[in-house]
Design a binder for this molecule. Structure first.
Ligand code: SAM
Length: 468
């Protein structure tokens, strides 16, 4: 799905060149050099790709007896688990469909209407804010008058905002003035994590994004977590970073937690990629110790522990988080322990084999990431590994458009919320060099189908570590 061959997404369509002329008509090849790509693809070629790959997809649905996708309320909201070839076919359809849509719409109209995209957030915000999806039962209908009375939004505004949401297939009007659920509104009514995701995006991210340029104008270096678009939008500039603001507001903090569950439960982010794509076996063979820094409630460590019975794990997080960690079953509890720890202070576990940072480094601007990683050094034994599991950005146009959009959007989210950033492999290399030149950076590895990379560095300096 991704990776260095991401331009063609698998062999079956290697005859279909990319359409959008990235880098002024050049693309990065596997060897890092650039090659010229065609700036236009035949529309018919794209349509043929769509037809061919869609046939494979539809056949698979039929073969396994899974209902075909739909927008109706009784449609399945989850996709079946696809084998690799069908996963690729689906990605091809998405990619070719987006390209065809862009080409057929044309640059002028695409740009014109893209500039209106924030109105999608406005109508979605309305649906979330007034909890309209929960205002009448799934499978039933309600009039605008009934919904208006139930949620406390006047009927004129309800109708216009909801009719806009309907253009995104959230609710539908089944007869004049009568509203019914769709698959999307059912999701919002029944899936709390998705409701939290939409709430977090429309009530926390959106205002933060709208104030980000103002924040940058005020503080152009944009490297302080107290000088972000989020801070600007929340009147907390130079007062506190986002996590402190959320810490004072349990409802918002809980919503963000749900949103993260929704995001990280989505495809391309499964923990199984990390569990299955690193040589844990040789660490297991020697009963190695892993420290999971900022490991939350230990769900990553416990997944690795379940597969590798000889490894030991120490999950570190802030005291509040550690205090609420659920109890583990006895077989895991004997090997997975929790420790309150602030990662800006010296690492207390000396001599561990691996120190893991998953979804941690991208939360920090370079100056703080460097400070955080330097806390490890007095604890490191020679040969200790530092693993980072984060996005790793590639050059524009190398990734498939779908993944590229998600990863670059995440980079913007890091900017708006924390003045932090996603990084390229080169950025990580430079980061480790600044942390300490005695680290040897080994580079990145990205499992097929996963958006997160595993980046690794080995400590080749003095042996500071005692026994873990
Ligand atoms: C985005 S979550 C990542 C959780 C987990 N590693 C994962 O893979 O999903 C960031 C974690 O860092 C923790 N954290 C934030 N600041 C911290 C600090 N100064 N010291 C230790 N942990 C911290 C948070 O409590 C949270 O659990």
């Amino acid at each position: 799905m991704s990776g260095k061959d991401g331009e063609t997404l698998g062999g079956s369509t290697s005859d279909v060149p990319s359409t959008i002329p990235e880098n002024n008509g050049t693309k990065e090849a596997e060897n890092g050099q650039t090659q010229t790509v065609k700036s236009t693809t035949s529309l018919v070629e794209l349509a043929k790709t769509i037809a061919r790959e869609t046939e494979k997809l539809e056949k698979y649905y039929k073969d396994i007896g899974h209902p075909l996708p739909g927008w109706e309320v009784d449609s399945s909201v989850d996709l079946p688990k696809f084998p690799d070839d069908i996963k690729k076919a689906r990605e091809e359809v998405v990619k070719a469909t987006k390209e065809l849509e862009y080409l057929v719409t044309g640059p002028t109209e695409s740009l014109r209407w893209m500039a209106w995209d924030h109105n999608n957030s406005l109508s979605l915000h309305t649906v979330y804010h007034y909890q309209i999806a929960k205002s009448f039962p799934v499978g039933e209908t309600a009039t605008y008058t009934q919904i208006s009375e139930k949620v406390g939004l006047d009927e004129l505004n309800l109708r216009r905002l909801l009719r806009h949401a309907m253009t995104n297939r959230i609710f539908k009007e089944v007869s004049p003035g009568v509203v019914a659920h769709t698959a999307a509104s059912k999701l919002l009514a029944e899936n709390q994590a998705m409701d939290d995701w939409v709430g977090f995006c429309t009530e926390d991210l959106w205002p933060a994004a709208a104030r980000t340029i103002a924040a940058i104008e005020l503080n152009p270096s944009a490297n302080e977590p107290t000088q972000t678009g989020f801070c600007y939008a929340n009147n907390t500039t130079d007062v506190e970073p986002m996590f402190v603001t959320f810490g004072k507001d349990p409802k918002r903090a809980k919503r963000m937690g749900g949103a993260m569950t929704s995001l990280t439960g989505g495809e391309g982010y499964e923990v199984s990629y990390l569990v299955n794509s690193y040589d844990w076996a040789s660490l297991d063979a020697r009963g190695a110790t892993l420290v999971d820094i900022g490991g939350s409630h230990g769900f990553v460590s416990t997944e690795i522990a379940a597969k590798y019975p000889n490894m030991k794990f120490i999950v570190q997080d802030l005291p509040k988080t550690v205090a609420t960690a659920p109890e583990l079953p006895a077989d895991l509890a004997s090997r997975v322990s929790f420790q309150p720890y602030d990662f800006f202070t010296p690492q207390p576990v000396k001599g561990a084999d691996v120190y893991l940072y998953r979804w941690i480094v991208h939360n920090q601007a370079d100056k703080y990431a460097i400070k955080m990683l330097q806390q490890l050094i007095p604890a490191l034994k020679k040969g200790a590994r530092v693993l980072i599991n984060d996005h790793c950005l590639r050059r524009p146009g190398v990734e498939n458009m779908w993944d590229e959009k998600i990863m670059r959007t995440m980079d913007l989210v890091m900017l708006t919320l924390l003045n932090a950033q996603e990084r390229t492999e080169e950025d990580f290399r430079e980061l480790f060099a600044k942390v300490d030149p005695r680290f040897r950076f080994l580079g990145e590895k990205r499992p097929e189908g996963c958006r997160m990379a595993i980046l690794e560095a080995v400590w080749e300096g003095e042996d500071f570590g005692g026994e873990a």
